[in-house]
Design a protein around this ligand. Sequence first.
Ligand code: RUB
Length: 316
Amino acid sequence: MAPGQRGAEKIVEDIRALKIQGARRIAKAAVEALSLAAQKSKAKDWNSFYSDLLVTADNLAGARETEPMLRNFLDDLLALVRSMRGRKISEIKSSLASKQKEILDSMEASVARICYHGAEALPEKGGVLVHCHSTTLMSILKLAHKQGKKLKVYCTETRPRYQGRMSAVELANFGLDVTLIVDSAAAGVLASGKINAVLLGADALTSRGELLNKIGSYHIALAAKQHGVKVYSAAELHKYDTATEGGREEPIEMRDALELADGEKMLKEWKGAGLKVENPAFDKVPPNLISAFITEEGLVAPERLAAVAHAAIGKK
Ligand code: RUB
């Protein structure tokens, strides 16, 4: 293992083992891991330095499949190294450290703008339905609360890993009025007329204006459409996957069957009975169910997403 790899490997492992969750946290950790591998590398020439970084970048990209923001930022860092071929390794390391800071600062600036636009999109008072745990959504709702908006937030549990409980507790501790519901209650709550807006996060955005977010997002968006409730997805434009421009489908990560069972014993019994388990981590929500993406550039309709995102992340 190349020096510096161990720290980076630990981050890769934590991302893979879901100790680090949510697109923004994953992307930040990946940037940190690649920078760590770079700073600790003992490579004396450009070729070995670059191949050290490629190994770490590949491992990071493979750790979570449905995370274009992670891949976009790693690409930015690797492009910088390529542009400095022939320069001293110490100079490249120092430029990488500045780039890392620039990326992290730009993420904070983007989220601040998303919060502003997101809070503005919410009503002065009314119900908001939230699914999963998204740091972006937490910040929007906290800002709206600080602005004095009287929101009643409904959080789904978000099976199978219950990230929705985290959202519910975090928002209640912040002073918001929060109600926790099981995932399958979402359609009924939307039908009851209590909800004015659905707020979803995002793991990936595609050139067709689709949204990939935690499993369960699709049925919530369908029910919202049925009951005339607006669906917003709050997302930095770096979550856009340029690879989908060529027609490629965004991959959906499949998770361990064990997440559905109460332990190994139950899973073994299921297997013995010939039962199959499917556990996709994300849903793909089609553009006609999304009212707008709340981005750092303001509210963007799904049909404009590709143009706005492509220009913002500056990829050919
Ligand atoms: C988390 C999830 C979140 C997005 C957005 O899924 O679906 O809604 O990642 O989060 P998982 P953020 O727990 O499987 O990673 O706004 O923090 O980027």
